[in-house]
Every structure is written in C-alpha cells, then in structure tokens.
Design a protein around this ligand. Structure first.
Ligand code: TXA
Ligand code: MG
Length: 502
C-alpha cells in the first residue's frame, strides 16, 4: 500500500487534503493526524475492522485499548453508559485539550476498539486539524499514538512516515505536535478519580476542580511495576535503539559522572549519546550531546524529548546518558516516559561508590605507604581497597626504614612491601586518587590519561586542611614522626568525609 503524505494548512490544497483524509476514515481506512499531544493513527471508532487494522499497522497487542477522539459533548453521550458529574466538570475545564477520561462504555463502541474492556478512553483534542478531521469524517476517531509499538510516540509527520509508511493509507502533515507528550489519562470508573498516565494536565490542575485525585501507584515507582491499570503502560515503550541510562544527583556530579563514562567509552571505541539541559550542554567533554531545553523550561523539555530519542536512532551511539528531570507537574510526565525509555535504568552520580583509594607520593616508599597503612588502620569498616603508589619509582625499593620505624612505634606493621609506580591500570571509575602535594597532583593529571579533576585530589585540600603533608625524605626520625601525626589527623577527617559522601 502506498501511504499518501497530505500537507494541511489554510490553503485550498489543505482543505482538499482534509476532505480526502476524512473520506479515507469514513471508508474504513487509516489516517495518521496531528494532535496537540502527539500524532495519532486514526480509524472509525465504531468500525471493528478499522480498529483491527490499527493494531496490525502498529504491531500492537490487541488487548491494549485505543482512545476515542471526539469533537463535541453529544458524541460523548453517544458512547458511554452515563456522563458522571465529575466528567462534566473536567470537560468544562480541560476539553478540548490533552486529557483522556476513562468511562463505562455502552454498546455503540465495539470491543475491538476497547481491547475487550467494558470501559472506554475518550479525548476531545484541541488541535484544529484533529477536530476538523473528526467533524468532516462524521466519525469518532479511534487513535493510538502513530508509532510502531514500543517506539517513542511521533511528534512530527516524518516520524510517522518512518514507522508506518506502506502500512497505512495517509499521513496528514500539520507540523510539530505542540506538547510532545501523550495526554493525561484519568480513570473515572474508580471511587476516587485516578491518574493512569501523567501528562500536561497535572494532578494539581485536576484537584483544583474536582478535589482528591489519586495516582496509579505503578506510575510513581521507579522500577518495572506489576500491574499498571492502563494496559498500554505495561509494555516496553518509548525506547531508543541505544541503551539509555538516567543519571540522577547534584548537577555538577551528574556532568562529572557522564564525562567519566564518555571517557571510558571513548577508550573502548563506543560512541556515547548525552541528553543534556541547555545549562549543562557545553560542560560535556565529548560524546554526541543533544540539548533537550533549559532545566527551567519543562514544557520545552516535554516538547523535545521524543524527537531527541528518535534522532539518536539515526546516529551510531550505542549508549545514551540522560540528565534526570524529576519533579512535579509536567516534569513528572517527562520522567515517567524517560524511565520507561530507559527500562528503569537509573544511576546516582552522588552515590557512585568509591571502591579504591590510591595514595600517591614521589618515590612511593615513605609517605604513600605510610598514608595507606594509617588509613587501613583507621578504617574499621574496611570499605576500600587501598594502594600506595609513587610517581618516580626507578626500582622496587623496600619500605623506607624510618617510615617503618615510626609505623612500628605506632603498632602498624607492613609486610612484603616494595615501591610501585602509579599506572593507568590502577585507575577505574570507582577510584579516587590522593596526592601528597599539589605539585604531585598536577603531575598525575598531566601524566595519566585516566586521572582527571573529578578523581584526583591533593589530600590535605580535599579534607580542607591548611597544611600540605610534610615531605620527610632525607630528614630525621622526628620529621617522619611529624609526618605520621599530620597524616593521621588528615586521614581521620578523610574517613569521616568519605562516609558522609556514601
Ligand atoms: O495524547 C494521546 O493520548 C495520544 C493522542 C493520539 O491522542 N494517544 C495515545 O494513545 O497516546 P495510545 O494508544 O498510545 O495510549 C493510550 C493509553 C494506553 O496506555 C492504553 O492502554 C490506555 O490509554 N487506555 C485506553 N483505553 C483504556 C481503558 N479503557 N482503560 C484503561 N486504559 C486505557
Ligand atoms: Mg502510544
């Protein structure tokens, strides 16, 4: 089947396009059309054959009900058992618009359209083209989002064409869908009206006109839920081809975390995509960065999200990291879709646990082993692997005798020690490096690919200490003793800090 692309605008051609599309619907055919939320794939809601064709074109399970799109209140009366007062209030306030209500259906709607349920989802869209199509076809239009099942909903006619060309009769091209996320769905058949899918009409907006509104608990969960009430919310959805991970946490840590992943992936020859807010976009050191909008402009983010997910499908990235958009109102809707797109894969940048600590000194035989062994003696929980390394290790020198003496005097014994040169192989994404002096830190940053501003620090400044750790090399035993005391004090503070950051 050839799929017609019909441009709609105010011109006479636009008028003809609408008439043609209306005719196709009337004849039992399928037309994708723009709405204010996303593009829908429409057929005559009263014609069971049209509904069957919709399921087939989308590759959608036939137990997943369609939304019936109407243009006036008498069409609502025509298909439901009764119109409860709360539905009238909601219609007065939010229709036409991005709100779908679930009500008890009557016999006018075939079960094919409602996936076998005795309830029906109904929406009166505000988009002019959608409304005209309903009116001119003289039909109520059953329409799911016009994507192949599982993909992000289409916000442009080109998205629809990519997914469904050859499978449907026509696409009405009316430009970008303004909102970019599917409608809010509210179930009015339960005792307390319940949101089954968050959208641009928020819980707060609904509660202002009808009082208490609940949210289907499966929406709030950050993991795969057993039984969401809207059948469609059960399926894997919105997913780009690449593996998507959401990174939560303090903004600068999120950037640092994603940058460390980009660096690691670059080394492995893997291309990384990044979904970034405008505020952070230029802080990324590499990767394929796509700006989703300003963090303050939640509507902009909603509008852009699906398009960006689809754009990544046309690139060679195989992993994508997204900043997190948790929050109220439409942010809740954005986050709900993003979580599903990510298959609920979320990591916290604040809590990337440090597993390995490397103390770095100059020759690696006095201060760094001293620091490592003191740290181990203080860290009761034994949460870390602790290494001592040097930057100028010519040969595997034994432990400096004065270091050994001072440690022994404090009840610490080191067995089988030989100095080891720091190597990039020592450093991974859960490593933190502490240099004994600022100059050593600079050398680590210069000389090691895997060392960076986010994992390499000067020990004393990391804990907020004013003094650098004294260099006892060539000094007397007393100086080694002083070094021990300063280290012990500094490392006690360090352990506290690391505990807090966990
Ligand atoms: O914004 C929108 O709602 C778009 C545009 C085209 O109107 N449509 C849309 O349809 O998103 P669709 O089919 O992709 O999503 C409809 C959701 C599905 O999760 C479906 O399971 C749920 O609504 N749904 C439909 N009828 C239902 C019913 N009777 N009870 C519970 N959930 C229902
Ligand atoms: Mg859909």
């Amino acid at each position: 089947m050839e799929t017609l692309v019909l441009k709609v605008d105010k011109s006479p051609q636009g008028e003809k396009a609408l008439d043609k599309a209306a005719e196709i619907i009337k004849d039992g055919g399928l037309v994708a059309f723009p709405t204010e939320t996303v593009y829908g794939l429409g057929g005559d809601a009263k014609n069971p054959r049209s509904s069957k064709r919709i399921y087939k074109a989308k590759g959608r399970p036939s137990d997943n009900p369609l939304i019936v799109h109407i243009a006036n209140m008498s069409q609502l009366e025509e298909i439901v058992e009764e119109v409860p007062e709360v539905a009238r209030i909601l219609a007065d306030n939010f229709w036409p618009g991005p709100l779908t209500m679930i009500l008890k259906k009557n016999k006018v709607v075939p079960k094919q359209t409602t996936g076998g349920l005795d309830t029906v989802a109904i929406r009166m869209p505000s988009d002019e083209i959608a409304r005209e199509l309903i009116i001119r076809s003289d039909c109520m239009i059953a329409a799911p989002s016009a994507n192949v099942s599982g993909k992000p909903s289409p916000t442009l006619a080109s998205h629809v064409y990519k997914d469904l060309s050859g499978k449907i009769d026509a696409v009405l091209d009316g430009g970008a869908a303004i909102i970019g996320l599917e409608s809010t769905i509210i179930d009015l058949t339960s005792d307390i009206p319940t949101i089954l899918r968050p959208g641009a009409i928020t819980k707060n907006m609904l509660e202002q006109v009808i009082g208490r509104v609940d949210i289907d608990p499966s929406i709030l969960e950050k993991k795969e839920a057993d039984k969401p009430k809207a059948p469609g919310m059960r399926y894997k959805h919105y997913a780009p081809k690449a593996e998507l991970t959401i990174v939560e946490g303090n903004s600068s840590k999120v950037v640092a975390y994603i940058n460390s992943q980009v660096r690691e992936n670059d080394n492995k020859g893997i291309n990384t995509g990044i979904i970034a807010t405008s505020e952070n976009a230029n802080k990324y050191i590499g990767g394929n960065v796509k700006e989703v909008g300003s963090a303050a402009d939640e509507e902009g983010i909603a509008h852009n999200l699906y398009n960006i997910l689809r754009e990544f499908d046309d690139t060679d990235v195989s992993v994508i990291y997204s900043e997190s958009f948790d929050g109220d109102g439409i942010r809740a809707a954005v986050m709900n879709r993003l979580l599903k797109a990510a298959g609920y894969k979320v990591v916290s940048a604040d809590r990337v646990a440090i597993k390995r600590i490397i103390f770095v000194g100059k020759n690696g035989s006095s201060r760094s082993p001293m620091a490592a062994s003191i740290f181990e003696s203080l860290d009761e929980d034994k949460d870390y692997e602790v290494l001592a390394r040097g930057l100028l290790v010519q040969f595997p020198e034994p432990l400096n005798p004065k270091t050994e003496a001072v440690l022994a005097g404090n009840g610490i014994e080191i067995e089988e020690f030989s100095a080891t040169q720091l190597s990039d192989d020592d450093i991974n994404s859960s490593t933190i490096i502490f240099a004994m002096e600022e100059t050593l830190r600079s050398k680590v940053l210069e000389g090691y690919e895997k060392a960076n501003e986010d994992n390499t620090f000067t020990l004393s400044s990391y804990v907020g200490g004013e003094l650098e750790i004294p260099n006892p090399y060539g000094g007397d035993l007393q100086l080694y003793g002083l070094c021990y005391e300063v280290l012990k004090d500094t490392l006690t503070k360090l352990i506290d800090l690391l505990k807090q950051e966990r």
